[in-house]
Design a protein. Structure first.
Length: 305
């Protein structure tokens, strides 16, 4: 299927449409006049927006996958059960996501955009700035990075379409399921880990900025290229890092501690102090709109409400 020329609204499938990222992507797609097929597991869970059509089912089911991608211009996948047992993460992400990718390839879908993570990269003490070609963590680094890396490899093996692996760090944004705005602060308030080296890099991006990049790639606003520094490589798999302005754990944990009335425990062990290099995303026309100050203010408002 040819990429949308603007004469007809592109049709984009979004998995996990009821999640923090999925809902933001649906809204960003509608801002670009795309028609959205919102894939959820429970009826009535999809965002209630004009131009968003709910599809209830399991994207890892081959029959459902073929049906939901038929006639679509792009697919966006946002589902990974982080925090679940390793076997669940493997089943849903490593085994399930490629089922949808193969269905998309067979249906001649132009673009497949997968929400990966910057957590697949080695960001240990002494490592400098990290770009898309940076060293990946080896197997055995943890359930989450292991299964995210395995999913990325499995998608690259599907081939036959333009695939983009969007790799964000900590995702900020208001919401009950938000790890960094809601769940992590609640754990700190309730006696969980509140220790960190204050100078350690805290890489982050706001969910609205992340959704902007995903939506632009999915709708074809970012043209394909034979050079990944100019755009997604046609018919290949291209990773792209996305992150907001530089920040440290003093910024984040300090804001959380202030909001929930807990003093952070600062340590001095060696930690990563580099930055995620976002030159590729910026060359594709993306730039963050939400500042660190705005993101932390939103965090504080949510915790004081």
């Amino acid at each position: 299927m040819a990429e949308s020329t603007g004469a007809q609204a592109p049709v984009v499938v979004v998995t996990g449409a009821n999640g923090l990222v999925g809902e933001a992507v649906c809204r960003a797609l509608r801002e670009r006049s795309a028609l959205v097929r919102a894939v959820v597991r429970r009826e009535g869970a999809a965002p209630v927006l004009e131009g968003v059509e709910e599809h209830v089912g399991d994207f890892a089911d081959e029959v459902f996958a073929r049906e939901v991608v038929r006639g679509a211009d792009a697919v966006v996948t946002t589902v990974h059960p982080m925090g679940s047992p390793r076997e669940v993460q493997h089943e849903v992400a490593v085994e399930g996501t490629p089922v949808l990718a193969r269905a998309a390839r067979d249906a001649e879908v132009a673009r497949f955009v997968h929400l990966s993570t910057a957590g697949v990269y080695d960001r240990s003490a002494g490592v400098g700035d990290v770009a898309e070609d940076g060293p990946l963590l080896p197997e055995g680094s943890g359930d989450y990075p292991d299964t995210k890396n395995a999913t990325d490899r499995a998608l690259a093996e599907v081939g036959g379409m333009t695939t983009v692996l969007v790799r964000p760090p900590a995702i900020m944004g208001a919401g009950e399921s938000s790890v960094w705005n809601t769940l992590r602060p609640a754990d700190v308030r309730d006696g969980g880990d509140r220790s960190a080296n204050p100078a350690k890099t805290w890489s982050w991006v706001h969910v609205h900025d992340l959704a902007d990049l995903v939506a632009d790639v999915a709708t074809g606003a970012v043209a394909t290229s034979d050079d990944p520094e100019r755009g997604p490589v046609e018919g290949a798999t291209t990773p792209v890092l996305v992150a907001g302005e530089p920040a440290t754990w003093r910024d984040y944990l300090g804001a959380v501690g202030e909001a929930v009335g807990v003093e952070p425990e600062w340590t001095d062990e060696p930690e990563w102090t580099g930055q995620l290099v976002t030159d590729r995303a910026r060359a594709w026309g993306w730039a963050p709109r939400v500042s660190l100050s705005e993101a932390l203010s939103e965090l504080r408002r949510g915790l004081s409400g």
